[in-house]
Design a binder for this molecule. Structure first.
Ligand code: TXA
Ligand code: MG
Length: 342
């Protein structure tokens, strides 16, 4: 199949709407990451999404709506949902609510992106969409990332330029006894609390100074083709630790790349020094995709796990094959998993 990449002109949007109504797939930008859309009202369209991504069947999709009114057709609209939507829609907050029919719950969100909104209007129906990456790969923040993963598999990518937040929406469970954040994202616990929604957060598994073992290889998430090593708890000497590891990898004939906040991490290896957790959220997935072709190991300094940093640490932890503190040595596995000269 030929994949067309088109700017979101009226003609392209009309074509996209027709494709969605015919149970075909359209990739489109949102304010978080690119989504892979199908008609939420069509089982064939939804099945096509799972097939295109190679996504496990037990991981449900978010339904994207044009307004809270549209969400009411799909879910039991509670007072808490109304409050959340009033404060954060359109925006990067997904609400898990009791379904009106079929499944027990449905996740809904109104994206804050003109192209996403125009696509829902053109399709004349809500759009079920996961992130538009091949299952297990870093989420796409540019049309080119979608093309790299799904080119030849889907008919159309609407190219709206780079996305804004760079990490996916916050998933807030409002169907259980008390509100719970199932996935941290652009809407932080503090922002929810300010709106009067007090949600429990799944604790960040990674704690300061600890160096837990590699996350299970069976759940691949956000992973580029080369190993990622995440440095946590690096307050004052993170840059030095990253430079030490990068030098060691170079000395063994490997090619390190570094993403950090501290200048000291720069060296004669590909590196990007970021100025804030917000910038890391925006750039992380793109940098993982860029460096997988230039490097054998990607070393990343984690932000503090607070605010948007919670979402970044959550994604990084899943992307990483090892989590280290600054005094730790590089793990033995790194020398085994490193691609041999490729
Ligand atoms: O920002 C985003 O949310 C992006 C853009 C495209 O909107 N979408 C996205 O979709 O990240 P996806 O499929 O990659 O992640 C959806 C998340 C998964 O963690 C899934 O398990 C959860 O939402 N989810 C979906 N329906 C659910 C439900 N009924 N109950 C609990 N979790 C649900
Ligand atoms: Mg995803």
């Amino acid at each position: 199949m030929k994949t067309c990449v088109m700017p979101p002109t009226p003609g392209a949007l009309a074509l996209a709407g027709a494709l969605i109504r015919a149970a075909r797939l359209v990739a489109f930008p949102t304010e978080t990451v690119y989504g892979l859309g199908a008609s939420a009202l069509d089982d064939t369209g939804v099945a096509n999404v799972f097939a295109a991504k190679g996504r496990p069947a037990d991981n449900p999709l978010i339904v994207h709506v044009a307004s809270p009114q549209d969400a009411r057709f799909l879910v039991e609209w509670t007072a808490e949902a109304e409050r959340a939507a009033r404060h954060f829609w359109p925006g990067p907050l997904t609400l898990v609510l009791p379904a009106r029919q079929g499944h027990a719950t449905v996740a809904v969100r109104q994206p804050d992106h003109p192209v996403a909104a125009a696509l829902i209007r053109a399709a004349e129906r809500p759009i079920a969409a996961p992130s538009a990456n091949a299952s297990g790969r870093p989420s796409p923040t540019e049309a080119a990332h979608v093309e790299a993963d799904l080119g030849g598999i889907i008919p159309l990518i609407l190219d709206g330029g780079p996305t804004g937040f760079g990490v996916e929406s916050t998933v807030l469970d409002l169907a259980s006894t008390s509100p719970a954040i199932l996935r941290p994202g652009g809407v932080t616990p503090a922002m929810l609390a300010e709106a009067g929604i007090h949600a429990t957060t799944t604790p960040v598994v990674v704690s300061q100074g600890a160096s837990p073992p590699a996350p299970g290889m069976k759940y691949r998430h956000y992973r580029p083709d080369v190993p990622v090593i995440m440095l946590i708890g690096g307050e004052r000497h993170a840059g030095d630790a990253l430079a030490r590891w990068a030098r060691e990898i170079s000395e063994h004939g490997g090619r390190p790349a570094v993403v950090a906040f501290e200048r000291e991490a720069a060296g004669p290896w590909p590196n990007v020094i970021l100025s804030s957790p917000e910038e890391m959220a925006r750039e992380l997935f793109r940098l993982l995709r860029t460096f997988e072709s230039d490097a054998d190991v990607i070393l990343v300094e984690a932000p503090r796990p607070e605010g948007i940093g919670l979402a970044v640490v959550n994604r990084l932890e899943k992307a990483s094959s090892a989590v280290l503190a600054e005094e730790d040595p590089l793990p033995e596995e790194i020398w085994r998993v490193r691609r041999s000269g490729a």
